[in-house]
Design a protein around this ligand. Sequence first.
Ligand SMILES: Cc1cc2nc3c(=O)[nH]c(=O)nc-3n(C[C@H](O)[C@H](O)[C@H](O)COP(=O)(O)OP(=O)(O)OC[C@H]3O[C@@H](n4cnc5c(N)ncnc54)[C@H](O)[C@@H]3O)c2cc1C
Length: 400
Amino acid sequence: MDLKSHEPFWLVKNGLLSTYPSLHKDESCDILIVGGGITGALIAHQCMSEGLKCILIDKREIVNGSSAATTSMLQYEIDIPLYRLKELIGTEAAVACYQACSQAIDKLGKLAQHIDSEAGFRKKHSFYYASRKKDVANLLKEYHARQSAGFEVNWLSEQEIKHKFDLTGAYGGILSKQGASIDAFCFAHELLKHNTQKGLKIYDKTELIRVINKKQRTVAVLSTAAKIATKKIIYCTGYETTELIPEKFVELLSTFAIVSEVDETLYNSYQDLLIWNTAQPYLYMRTTDDGRFLIGGEDEPFKDPIKRDNLIDQKSHKLEKSFNKIFNKPFYCDFNWAGTFGSTKDGLPYIGEHKKFKNAYFVCGFGGNGITFSVTAMEMVSCWLNRKDHALSKCFRFGR
Ligand SMILES: Cc1cc2nc3c(=O)[nH]c(=O)nc-3n(C[C@H](O)[C@H](O)[C@H](O)COP(=O)(O)OP(=O)(O)OC[C@H]3O[C@@H](n4cnc5c(N)ncnc54)[C@H](O)[C@@H]3O)c2cc1C
């Protein structure tokens, strides 16, 4: 599967941060992590912290899947509003999912500090606004649901939004205290490098082809003809997990993003804010740590990479026009790209075991909260490795 177009901004901005060898001799470990994106980096960090002998492999260069294309908005808000999630899975579980995403943001911030990250982690407020008058009633319902669940939120009217943020076409919105952003490409590289210094072995251009389950151990057969004997495999294979698991559990679509030239005025006005709206598909916006403005959206319900990449210019133009309307300013585009995105029936990820895979866990942090879900998965994996249950196992399990 081709996960992204060729030049997402982060790849160009950071260049090739580190490179690893492919594996050509047999190895053994406690935990084999398959996939070296942001999820694999976080899970590898967790397993290394547990004192386990870990190997991570990736079939591409490291961090060259979706994590190179992500816009990395870190939100406690899930793609499905809290009031609707409560109807789907019950109040307690829905609030727990929102709270887990909120805690994940702070956990990621602490981790960034711990490894002296230069990936620009920055706490921001998050603003979710009604882009159509008819969306205001449901957004108010959502505001009350979040308020009664204890989240720090304020309601802004159309006039207040104009006054505070100078946005046009925003008919009311929820301003949340919790949120952040990061350069996930850079952070995943940093975290992996940090752990190689502690003994993590990483091999890129090394694909998992087949798994043989023996009595005492599991053997991973690789594209390089080498084998890895391991106690557990943790699949952090992103959207390509759909090629492994027979049943359909996620809708794959294409999303588009553009990044402006460095713009001091725009940066100064919106550097502490994540913005998204109720349009369908929704628009998501933020500044980057190097002073640019980023907008994503214009999703299309297919994943065909040729069709997707042929649309990049047209979609960029549409995103620019949306920017012009909302901010009454021109947008000077420097970079544009497209990537595969995933949407699940309840906005929640799939994290856990799958009955067809022995000695394995999957961490599929899909949707607009892919990254925060993967942070939550660190704690979940830790519980399972220590033979404990985790409160969110049921909410995120396969076959739910
Ligand atoms: C444009 C865009 C905007 C987004 N915005 C946000 C956002 O604002 N906030 C947010 O939280 N999320 C966002 N997402 C989603 C987020 O990017 C993903 O959830 C996240 O990057 C997934 O990381 P990952 O490590 O699970 O997957 P990936 O980064 O895709 O990594 C999976 C890795 O597994 C490897 N792999 C697959 N199969 C094998 C195999 N058999 N053997 C070896 N290696 C294998 C792949 O090569 C790949 O490198 C966005 C995504 C896109 C495309």
